[in-house]
Design a protein around this ligand. Structure first.
Ligand SMILES: [Fe+2]
Ligand SMILES: [Fe+2]
Length: 488
């Protein structure tokens, strides 16, 4: 009986394996996705082409409903299709990562469809001026990217004007209010900032309405009504942003500055654990964050992301904190009793453990990517040289490399540089400005020669500026410490 059961199990297993091979199921090597056990947080995998086709069909249906089936609808349909194609080409050129991310494409299409629906409803029941286009533009800029937000503002204003008998005033109000609030995107760090955005929408709306009134395009009652609707627009903008930004952040795993500020709270469970269980790593992470933030500022990338990414980059060390030098308080080093191969495995595992912890605590994708990429495919020199001394014939440097991937964003590359520089400068006995400069230059040169920056859009000029910033931050830190020591 047992034998029969075993045979059935074996048969089912082999059928399933064959089926899996046919489907070409492989280990997923793409960007980090969310923790798959939570159904609510599962990544939405809808092919890009399906999302885009669906969006075009929905917009076309809206045109048919709004304008009716006529030559106008046909012209509108041609314009929609060609502009969407143009949009995709533009997006592909400027934001490759977004089009590779099915979550982001679904969000992009959804924002467009909801904006069109909201416009139709407000046009039908109140006035087209009430439609909060700036809220949707801002959401696309915050949740996707600034460039997408700009393109989005233009097309949304164009489509809305089309749906409203090609009215230039509506186009101008929508476009101006959207562009005016776009400047705020980088500065939105608290939910209260949405009030400022709502206020700016009102100002843009009333200003454009006034211009049309002064040029006799509106009479006084039109001016009053449109100004009033502009104020309502501002109020709707605030409400929509307050409701939808956190919802889309969660549903589509997008990282906004607001989310980053929340993650940087030292009372968050992971940072608290790091502080209590691995104080050395915690201190190293804070120093790395300072260095990374300054460097990100000088190359105009997201400094908040670099800072928070640095806070979390070594959370994988929580599993075995005593095996990492910064947490060793006495002269006892557990690696002295281990073979170099074993030590290598422990050190390398902190990257994988970090990714696992990050997913378990639902830390955002962008932070998880930084954790996964902060060592790239660099090698662990200390243990490689020890292994080389013990068995020179069988030791291969490739076995002493971190599994990667290499940094894919400038923020990741900055965290990588800041991490290595901070750790290296910590081990300098008397850190003078010249020594710090030498160490940082050597670290960046070695990583560059090793090809660690080959997967991210960083230029040589960026690397030079980052190097100077890292050096000056480190000199600032160590100079202050030496002065303090001297005074004591
Ligand atoms: Fe690390
Ligand atoms: Fe580190």
């Amino acid at each position: 009986m047992n034998n029969l059961l075993w045979k059935i199990r074996f048969l089912i297993r082999s059928i399933l394996l064959k089926f899996a091979r046919k489907l070409k199921v492989r280990y997923y090597k793409g960007p980090v996705v969310r923790y798959p056990k939570n159904l609510f947080l599962k990544e939405i995998k809808i092919p890009v082409i399906v999302s885009l086709t669906f969006t075009i069909i929905v917009i076309f249906c809206m045109f048919v409903i709004g304008i009716g089936i006529s030559y106008k609808t046909m012209i509108a349909a041609i314009i929609i299709t060609s502009s969407m194609v143009f949009f995709i080409i533009q997006t592909k050129g400027i934001e490759k990562a977004i089009l590779r991310d099915s979550d982001a494409v679904v969000l992009m299409c959804l924002l467009f469809i909801i904006a069109m629906f909201v416009f139709q409803i407000s046009k039908e029941y109140i006035s087209p001026f009430v439609s909060p286009a700036s809220a949707f533009t801002l959401m696309s800029a915050m949740l996707l990217s600034l460039k997408i937000g700009m393109i989005y503002a233009f097309f949304l204003s164009l489509f809305v004007a089309f749906l409203n008998d090609m009215r230039f005033d509506i186009f101008l109000v929508m476009l101006c209010s959207s562009i005016l609030v776009m400047k705020n995107v980088q500065n939105v760090r608290r939910r209260a900032d949405f009030i400022n955005i709502g206020f700016k929408t009102v100002v843009a709306s009333i200003s454009i309405t006034s211009i049309f009134y002064f040029f006799d395009k509106y009479d006084i009652s039109q001016f009053r009504y449109n100004s009033f609707y502009g104020m309502l627009n501002g109020a709707f903008t605030i409400i929509l942003l307050l409701v939808f930004v956190p919802l889309f952040e969660k549903l589509f795993s997008r990282t906004t500055n607001i989310k980053l500020i929340e993650l940087s709270d030292f009372n968050s469970p992971l940072l608290k654990r790091l502080m209590l269980e691995a104080p050395g790593t915690y201190h190293h992470s804070i120093m790395t964050a300072d260095i990374a933030e300054q460097a990100a500022n000088v190359v105009n990338v997201n400094s908040l992301l670099a800072r928070v990414g640095a806070y979390y980059h070594d959370i994988g060390k929580l599993n075995k904190p005593q095996y990492f030098i910064e947490n060793q308080v006495s002269n006892y080093n557990p690696h002295d009793r281990l073979s170099p191969t074993m030590s290598r495995l422990i050190l390398i595992s902190h990257v994988k453990d970090g990714v696992t912890l990050s997913r378990r605590y639902n830390i955002d994708k962008e932070i998880t990517n930084i954790i996964e990429q902060h060592h790239g495919t660099t090698s662990i020199h200390a243990f490689y040289h020890r292994a080389l001394e013990e068995s020179p014939d069988t030791t291969d440097i490739e076995n002493f490399r971190y599994p990667g991937p290499k940094p894919t964003t400038i923020e990741s590359a900055i965290v990588m540089i800041a991490d290595s520089s901070e750790a290296a400068c910590r081990s300098i006995e008397e850190p003078t400005a010249l020594r710090i400069k030498d160490v940082v230059e050597r670290i960046i040169n070695n990583k560059f020669v090793d090809g660690q920056f080959s997967d991210c859009p960083i230029t040589l000029r960026d690397l030079q500026v980052i190097r100077d910033s890292v050096i000056s931050t480190l000199i600032g830190i160590y100079h202050a410490r030496i002065e303090y020591k001297d005074r004591k």
